[in-house]
Structures are given as structure tokens and as C-alpha cells.
Design a protein around this ligand. Structure first.
Ligand code: HEM
Length: 416
């Protein structure tokens, strides 16, 4: 970083951290990074031909370039589907993707989210809190999942299940194969996934489709029916939303609660802050602890990227690994102490979102970002306001290959 730029950023950080509720001297900082990303590595290609990007501006330029396509979330498997089957939104590109985003944008706009889903989110959160007050103990990672599943189900239209237990069915579906890679183990895992997917279809998706064929609603399934989507396409889209919206928000609720519960001053400030400030605090947590740790793209033409004053060409067909922990700790943007939580941080650069790459960027940027922040805030406001709430057992951290991110499990909280 240029020294003058560094001085300006430092001055900002010093001035703002005097207003920051976090105790920086004693704070353990970032919790979830599998490896601490080097912040001074330029854009580079490794021996396997994979390009690695850790700088925010370069990552943003790549994600906004139309000559790239999705290469994460098992995109290679989706590419093998027959051409007659329309891929879920996450894997679409070009005009069809643009149209799909435009047509579904109405379910995700902040105004719509606030007016249509706020009450529901509050109702769900209240129910979870009453249960916690009754039982005096809960696994926060499950509580977060319950909330996330119920909210995304409303957006997608998965509200006509024949039997309760959709949360459990989805959780089973997303269990990863583990480290054993023998053919038998892989086969058994595949068999289990297919069976669970079939049950999910019969109990949750099919009844939702039937209900919406009788009477359309304002949700994703109704939209897909309106487009004459096949049942298999609707099923795949539901699974995509489950992974994109439920699995991610579950982790975010846990990691945010973990920071607040360990930092009493931060918790007190959060509880008395305005909505704008609370959202800024949550965004800073997502910047520091991005739930999706890597975003992958494949180039569909030679890509010219400006980096450190030179123009680099990433060839057509190359795989790019965008290291989100790296981009989000880019000191040129966030200043020094990049691996500390500082809600009063001032960002440098043009129209940089406070989460940096926490919700991605470009044409695949997360449409559910406002939903995620709002529902997390609604749960945490209620949870953190409980007197005598404390951590009984900090969560264990695992890493998921599907979302290239962390999984927090067995996060036990108790109420004195
Ligand atoms: C804290 C929670 C969340 C995080 C961290 C998150 C993060 C992300 C990121 C990083 C992407 C971009 C992936 C890429 O470019 O390859 C993405 C895409 C997406 N997210 Fe989220 N997300 C969250 C919550 C949600 C919610 C609540 C929903 C739905 C209600 C949702 C729906 C989607 C969809 C449909 C996409 C694909 C968009 C496209 O490809 O056009 N997400 N999310």
C-alpha cells in the first residue's frame, strides 16, 4: 500500500476505534479462518493452473466481468445435466440469468422484505425464544437453522409440507460424504442423498407445487410454475435456495451471536443501537467471518485484469479461486487491524459494501442479503436481550466443501 494512503487509513482507524465498543486489546479477533490469508500476495497462477485472487478490487473486477461463469457449488456436476433441463439460478449465465434475476428481484427488495416478511420473522423468532426460556438451554446452531429454514421457506414457497420435519430432511441432505473416499462409501453416500432428495420432493416440494397450481402466490415456486418449469427443475431450485439461503444464514446467526456473547460491551451497544448501526455491526462480522470462504469462476474468454499497475491476462477456460477471507482483509480497503472486528471501521474505495465480498459481487451477488441481515438482527435482538444468557460450550468448527466455508456445531447456550 502507498505510504500516504496507509497514513490516511491509519488515522481514520485510530479516530474511529476510539468510538468502537470492541475491546481491541483483549479481543481474540477472527474465529473462523481455516488459514490466515497472506494480504501481500498479488494475483497469481499456481502449478495446477488455478488463479488465486486475494485483493478486493481485482476480485470485484473479475466478478463483474461477463466472460466468467460459475465454477463453485459443484458447478461441474450441474454442467453434466441434459441441455433440456434448466439449471438453477446460481448456475445460469447471460441473458436467461439476467431475466431470472430481474423477475425474482421483487421477492428480495428491502421494502418488500420489510413489509412482507418482518412480521413472520418476528413470529418465528419469538417462538424460538419462548422455547429457549422454557428449556433453559439450546444448541444455537440448531436454533439458527430453524429460523433460517422457516424464513427461506416463505420466500421460496415451501409452506405446504405433508409432515413436519423439513429442517431435519434438509440437514440430512446437506451432510457431506466425509473423508472416506472408497467407491462403496461414495456409492452409499450418493444413495442416501438421492433417497433424502426423493423424500424432500414427496413431502415438501410436490405439495407446494400442487397448492400453487391451484392458487399462485408471491414466491419463487409460483414464479417457476408461471414459467412452465418442470417438477425436477423446481426441485433443484428449492435445493439451491436451501443451500444458498438456509445453510448460510444458519452459520451467520451463530457466528454473530458468538462475537456478541464474548464481548459484553459490544452486546450492550448492539442492543441499544439504531437499526442502521446494528446492520453495520452485523455487516462487519460478515466481512471478518465470511460464510462463503471461496467464490469460484471459470473464464469463458481471455480476461484482462489490472493488478498492481500491470495488466494480467487470465486465459480462457481458467479456473479462478477468489479467496474471500483475503479480499475482505485487503488493507487498501479496510485499513490496518484487518483481522479485528471493528464496527466503526471506515472503508476506502468506490462504493465498497460494508461486507466487502461477504455477499459476493457482480451478476451473481446474493439476492438474499437483506433478508439474511434482517432475520439475523431480529433473532439476535431477542436472544441477546435475555438476562442470564451465556455460552455453556463454544461451538466446534468444521469446514464444508459445498459452500467452501465454516460450519459451527454444538454451540450450547444456557439461561440462568
Ligand atoms: C448470511 C447469509 C448469506 C450469505 C453469507 C450469502 C452469500 C452469498 C454469496 C457469497 C453468493 C454469491 C455466490 C457466487 O457469486 O458464486 C450468494 C448467492 C446467492 N444467494 Fe446468498 N447468502 C446468504 C443468504 C441468502 C438468503 C437468505 C437467500 C434467499 C432467501 C440467498 C439466496 C441466494 C441465491 C439464490 C444466490 C444465487 C444468485 C445468483 O447466482 O444469481 N442467500 N449468496
Amino acid at each position: 500500500m502507498l505510504s500516504e494512503q496507509k497514513a490516511v487509513v491509519q488515522a481514520h482507524t485510530d479516530e474511529l476505534s476510539s468510538r468502537c465498543p470492541v475491546d481491541h486489546k483483549n479481543y481474540p479477533q477472527q474465529k473462523t479462518a481455516k488459514v490466515v490469508e497472506p494480504t501481500d500476495l498479488p494475483l497469481s497462477c499456481d502449478e495446477a493452473g488455478i488463479w488465486h485472487v486475494r485483493n478486493f478490487e481485482e476480485a470485484r473486477a473479475i466478478l463483474r466481468n461477463p466472460s466468467t461463469k460459475q465454477a463453485g457449488f459443484n458447478a461441474d456436476m450441474i454442467a453434466k445435466l441434459p441441455r433440456t433441463i434448466r439449471a438453477p439460478i446460481l448456475y445460469q449465465e447471460g441473458k436467461p440469468h439476467h431475466q431470472q434475476r430481474k423477475q425474482t428481484a421483487r421477492y428480495f427488495a428491502p421494502k418488500v422484505v420489510s413489509s412482507r416478511y418482518r412480521q413472520l420473522m418476528e413470529k418465528f423468532a419469538d417462538q424460538l425464544i419462548v422455547k429457549l426460556q422454557r428449556e433453559k438451554r439450546a444448541d444455537l446452531s440448531r436454533l439458527g437453522l430453524e429460523q433460517a429454514v422457516r424464513v427461506v421457506s416463505e420466500v421460496v414457497g415451501l409452506t405446504n409440507s405433508i409432515l413436519p420435519g423439513m429442517t431435519g430432511r434438509l440437514e440430512t441432505f446437506f451432510v457431506e460424504p466425509g473423508t472416506k473416499k472408497s467407491p462403496l462409501h461414495t456409492f452409499l453416500h450418493l444413495l442416501r442423498s438421492q433417497t433424502v432428495m426423493f423424500i424432500f420432493y414427496l413431502l415438501d416440494v410436490q405439495p407446494a407445487i400442487k397448492a400453487r397450481k391451484r392458487e399462485a402466490k408471491e414466491d419463487v415456486i409460483s414464479h417457476l410454475i408461471g414459467q412452465n418449469a418442470k417438477k425436477s427443475e423446481i426441485l433443484m431450485e428449492c435445493i439451491t435456495y436451501a443451500a444458498a439461503g438456509m445453510v448460510t444464514t444458519r452459520e451467520f446467526i451463530s457466528i454473530a451471536a458468538w462475537h456478541f456473547l464474548e464481548q459484553p460491551a459490544l452486546r450492550i451497544r448492539y442492543l441499544s443501537a439504531s437499526e442502521e448501526e446494528r446492520y453495520a455491526m452485523l455487516s462487519e462480522i460478515l466481512r471478518l467471518e465470511p460464510v462463503i470462504g471461496h467464490i469460484y469462476r471459470r473464464t469463458t474468454a481471455d480476461l484482462h485484469v489490472e493488478s498492481n499497475g500491470s495488466s494480467i491476462v487470465i486465459p480462457e477456460g481458467a479456473l479462478i479461486d477468489l479467496h474471500v477471507y483475503g479480499t475482505n482483509a485487503d488493507e487498501a480497503i479496510v485499513g490496518e487491524h484487518a483481522l479485528e472486528l471493528c464496527p466503526a471501521r471506515s472503508l476506502q474505495g468506490d462504493a465498497v459494501p460494508s461486507v466487502l465480498m461477504g455477499f459476493g459481487d457482480g451478476h451473481h451477488r446474493c439476492p438474499g442479503s437483506y433478508i439474511a441481515i434482517q432475520e439475523t438482527d431480529i433473532v439476535l435482538q431477542r436472544l441477546l436481550a435475555l438476562d442470564g444468557l451465556r455460552i455453556e460450550q463454544a461451538p466446534t468448527i468444521h469446514w464444508s466443501d459445498l459452500v467452501s466455508g465454516y460450519e459451527l456445531r454444538n454451540f450450547m447456550i444456557t439461561l440462568a
